[in-house]
Design a protein around this ligand. Structure first.
Ligand SMILES: Cc1cc2nc3c(=O)[nH]c(=O)nc-3n(C[C@H](O)[C@H](O)[C@H](O)COP(=O)(O)OP(=O)(O)OC[C@H]3O[C@@H](n4cnc5c(N)ncnc54)[C@H](O)[C@@H]3O)c2cc1C
Length: 324
């Protein structure tokens, strides 16, 4: 069995969990295993409703008052119980804050390896090879599972799989799971969910992002970009130097030290495309760059390249859009 654990994000299935479902469907096919999707804890009814549209063999619904709100001890106890019962070959989650927090506990409780923060997987003959970034995303490394290890817990970074590739259908069975949780299993109390910042922006689930790089030069030029994004209906992101200069808040940072994003369109404006930036946005469906330097690295991964001065192009585009 392949077990995919869904996570609730503000009353919906987390976008990383949707990608994990795609991973689960691929693994189930590859290993000829049953696919089981688990709705755990918070907002299970909503998760169940959404997950009922995904093709799977089993949809497990695990609800209990002690895990109605996330805690690492409650969730790890609950998932451990389910893993002990179902004995999945792979347990898969998106690499979210919650996954990072409680999967290591599950790994210890169940004595299973946890291979986390993966960017991709490939299957070669009998081998399964996982890929992840190391040394602050400067290098990629391959991890080959020892054939003697039959089970593992995996978490995948955003954009490792395309969430739009979920095979739609319905679960063959929907099963309510009875959890044996006791008050003493949950000693942690949760405070209000952590937010990156006070702003409402959530770049990780944005469909269109326009990011500014050091080419923007100064804070005085941000209103020009704000006007542009408002016209095109995008969210504004940025590279790290722009955040370090205090021009943009950290909630807008795309990169290995900020958000990983995978919008339908990513427009990089005056941004060179350094590896620490690219690792976090290369999963975007379409990438476009505006840069005066035709050799800028961003153009190596861009679908559309505009070689030119942002201070001429952006106002002109904004004008055309507002006139139309
Ligand atoms: C440990 C570590 C972590 C890091 N984490 C991150 C991270 O999370 N995110 C991140 O972004 N970076 C990160 N960095 C920094 C990264 O290495 C790069 O320095 C940074 O991404 C470069 O930002 P930039 O593209 O805005 O600036 P630059 O590399 O200076 O590029 C500016 C670009 O603008 C172009 N340009 C200039 N003027 C114009 C104009 N008028 N019109 C059009 N184009 C113009 C230039 O040709 C140039 O390509 C990290 C670095 C380290 C060491």
């Amino acid at each position: 069995m392949i077990l995919v654990v869904l996570e609730n994000q503000r009353g919906k299935i987390h976008s990383f969990s949707r990608e994990a479902v795609v991973a689960g469907q691929i693994f189930a096919k590859k290993y000829d295993e049953e696919l089981c999707i688990l709705c755990l804890g918070e907002n299970v009814e909503v998760l169940k409703e959404e997950a009922s549209e995904f093709e799977s063999d089993k949809l497990l619904v695990a609800e209990h008052e002690l895990i109605s709100q996330y805690t690492s001890d409650g969730f790890s106890k609950a998932l451990s119980e389910i893993i002990a019962q179902e004995s999945p070959r792979f347990t898969i989650m998106g690499h979210t804050y919650i996954a990072r927090d409680f999967l290591p506990r599950v790994s210890v409780k169940q004595d299973l390896p946890f291979i986390g923060d993966l960017t991709s997987v490939s299957f070669e003959d009998e081998k399964t090879i996982f890929c992840k970034q190391v040394f602050n995303a400067k290098f990629l490394t391959n991890i080959e599972m020892d054939p003697s290890i039959e089970k593992a817990i995996l978490s995948f970074q955003s954009a490792a799989f395309d969430k739009d590739k979920i095979i739609k259908g319905s679960p063959k069975n929907i099963i309510d799971v009875k959890l044996n949780l006791k008050d003493s299993d949950v000693r942690i109390t949760s405070e209000e969910a952590f937010k990156e910042s006070d702003s409402d922006v959530d770049l990780s689930s944005a469909n269109f992002i326009v990011s500014v790089g050091r080419g923007i030069e100064s804070e005085d030029n941000i209103p020009m970009m704000e006007k542009f994004v408002e016209n095109v209906g995008a969210d504004l992101g940025s590279s790290r130097p722009v955040v370090d200069m205090g021009i943009m808040p950290k909630s807008r940072l795309v990169g290995s030290s900020g958000f990983t994003v995978s919008p339908d369109l990513y427009l990089a404006v005056g941004l060179s495309g350094a590896i620490q930036h690219v690792v976090a946005m290369k999963g975007s469906k379409k990438i476009m760059g505006i840069n005066t330097d035709r050799d800028a690295p961003i153009f190596e991964i861009a679908d559309y390249a505009v070689v030119g001065d942002l201070f001429e192009i952006i106002p002109e585009l904004t004008k055309k859009l507002s006139d139309s």
